[in-house]
Write a protein that binds this ligand. Structure first.
Ligand code: TPP
Ligand code: MG
Length: 473
């Protein structure tokens, strides 16, 4: 892997001509003294902008990727990201020092990055969240954590059927992204969508009822875990087909571009997907169209290090996924997904570029999946060491600790929040349990295809022809 990454030709191609430093992290560094410089230097966040000099490209992502040998067991993925991720969030002392060294974030590198920031397209500074907002982020992260843990439990008690993929470990990523999205923007996600639905305001009761397959669910109990949907909230799914959301989200961005003008109040689209999804053809077709049509869309790649059980390094020719837009001159940026504030900042800036300049973007969020791919996956492909490492990386207690250290929360108020979310999810479960099952005759109300061709009211197993069809009239 290291050899490939260092191939000069590959470097040239990968940076697409240039890369700028992460403006968002720089802004945060100035305004949030409680975090270390290394923290903000989540210099993993890199923007590959077209038509500038390649020299300014920060090398941290490259080194992190190079440190993870291709084809190793999945254990290598979190380890390789530990340095980068922990540098970015600065949550452990060891992480801070080790990461700074390991990633080679030098003063020279920063200076070059800052110079490059002065490029005309540098976005304006985004205001930092105040104490109440940060507490709100923690509350939402804790709520999603509790919701997902209870959802896993409800699955084992057969209250939930079908597929069920949890956001455990990705809470700060989800909260940061949703904090960046305006009510007028549109959201498309993959099947790992519960946290997004909650943070988008669909309501824990309605989301749990959907998991239970009950009529009070967000999709009337007909969609289930992978199909959270609410047109009013502009959450347009929840898709179970890997990458199925990408062409649709790109089409939504085309609709916006066709019917409205760019500007600070314009609508934009966020299209979330996993790392494994960037290898499908539709991703590349969509990027090309978004580039040539100048669509207001941000493709967000949640890099949790794995597809189902395959590591990014093993599956991707270019494992630094933020660079995937280089062929289309779409800027990319990488950010620490354990840090909700950094995620929000980066997403706001990219969304603003999309709405104001019709500049599509790629945001790669470095995250961790704490459990198996879905609730039925025991994740035996992970080593004991990796599991222990993941536990240490758990971003929910880390953010709680950070807020306490910053004097934003104290132990007692943090405990109150933790207790409140337990109650809220318990109520959501009671609400879901009390909701009726959908009536069988409504099964095909929202389908395009029918179970029996040209006979939308027939159920599978019903006689296709009316009784007596074979009798003389
Ligand atoms: C077209 C298609 N192929 C395969 C699958 C099976 N599948 C479900 S999730 C998944 C891995 C996707 O990984 P990634 O995009 O990284 O998302 P993550 O699950 O890590 O969030 C696969 C192969 C599918 N649902 N759809
Ligand atoms: Mg993944």
């Amino acid at each position: 892997m290291a050899g490939r990454t260092q191939d000069p030709q590959r470097e040239k191609t990968a940076t697409g001509g240039d890369a700028r430093a992460d403006d968002a992290t720089t802004t945060r560094k100035k305004k949030a003294p409680a975090r270390s410089a290394g923290a903000r230097a989540s210099g993993d966040a890199t923007t590959a902008a077209p038509a500038q000099g390649a020299a300014a490209a920060p090398r941290r992502g490259t080194k992190a990727a190079a440190a993870a040998p291709k084809g190793r067991s999945s254990a290598s993925a979190p380890r390789s990201r530990t340095a980068a991720g922990k540098t970015a969030s600065g949550k452990t002392a060891a992480g801070k020092t080790g990461a700074t060294k390991a990633t080679g974030k030098t003063a020279a590198g920063k200076a070059a990055a800052t110079t490059a920031q002065a490029a005309p397209s540098a976005p304006a500074a985004v205001p930092q969240p105040d104490a109440q907002t940060r507490i709100g982020y923690y509350r939402e992260m804790a709520l999603i954590r509790e919701f997902e843990q209870r959802a896993g439990e409800m699955y084992t008690r057969a209250k939930i059927g079908g597929y069920c993929h949890l956001n455990l470990g990705e809470e700060p990523t989800v909260v940061g992204l949703m904090a960046a999205l305006r009510p007028t923007d549109y959201l498309y996600t993959n099947y790992r969508d519960h946290g997004y639905a909650i943070a988008r305001g669909l309501g824990t009761g309605r989301v749990m009822a959907e998991l239970f397959g009950r009529v009070d669910g967000v999709s009337r109990g007909l969609g289930g875990s992978m199909h959270m949907y609410d047109a009013d909230k502009r959450m347009l799914g929840g898709y179970g087909i890997v990458g199925g959301q990408i062409p649709l989200a790109t089409g939504a961005a085309l609709a916006i571009a066709s019917r409205s003008k760019p500007g600070p109040d314009a609508e934009a689209v966020m299209c979330q997907m996993g790392d494994g999804t960037t290898n499908i053809g539709a991703f590349h077709e969509a990027l090309n169209l978004a580039a040539i049509w100048k669509l207001p869309i941000v493709y967000v790649i949640i890099n949790n290090g794995m597809g189902m059980a395959t590591t990014v390094e093993h599956a991707s020719g270019e494992p630094e996924l933020y660079k995937r837009g280089c062929s289309y001159r779409i800027p990319g940026r990488r950010v620490d997904g354990d840090d909700p504030e950094a995620v929000r900042l980066a997403a706001v800036e990219m969304l603003d570029a999309a709405r104001e300049k019709r500049q599509p973007g790629i945001l790669e969020v470095m995250s961790h999946r704490l459990k198996g791919h879905s609730v039925v996956d025991p994740a035996r492909y992970r080593s004991k060491e990796e599991v222990a490492e993941l536990k240490k990386l758990d971003p929910v207690p880390a953010y709680r600790h950070e807020l306490i250290e910053d004097g934003v929360l104290d132990e007692a108020s943090a405990d109150t929040i933790d207790g409140d979310v337990v109650n809220e999810v318990a109520e959501a479960i009671a609400f879901a349990d009390a909701s009726p099952e959908p009536a069988p005759e409504r099964l095909f109300d929202y389908t395009y295809a029918t179970a029996v061709a040209n006979a939308p009211r027939l159920m599978p197993g019903d006689p296709v022809l009316a009784a007596g069809w074979d009798k003389e009239a």
